[in-house]
Design a binder for this molecule. Structure first.
Ligand SMILES: [Zn+2]
Length: 94
């Protein structure tokens, strides 16, 4: 007999996106499903660049997808869940 632990989250379970500055450790939390008014490209604490200007569109697309996901299945019987690696959660608790 084998057993498998699988962990899924629903788009509505996503509460936010956290940026952590690799330079000073400051954290910036964007609460979902609200699309951020302005996505920081530099750390508000030390002014270190989070990402290059060439990735700005990628970050905008990322937040657009995250904020749209809970609405994707409105009016349909489709259910979307995101699978999370269980071992990743255990590592984060340590
Ligand atoms: Zn910083």
């Amino acid at each position: 007999m084998t057993s498998e632990t699988r962990l899924f989250i629903e788009p509505e379970d996503l509460l936010g996106v956290e940026f952590t500055c690799g330079h000073c450790g400051a954290r910036l939390l964007y609460q979902l499903p609200k699309y951020p008014v302005r996505i920081a490209h530099t750390c508000p604490n030390c002014n270190e660049a989070f990402y290059g200007a060439e990735k700005r569109t990628n970050f905008e697309d990322f937040f657009a997808l995250l904020t749209a996901m809970p609405k994707l299945t409105e009016g349909s019987k489709l259910k979307i869940r995101l699978q999370v690696k269980v071992s990743a959660l255990e590592e984060k608790r340590a």
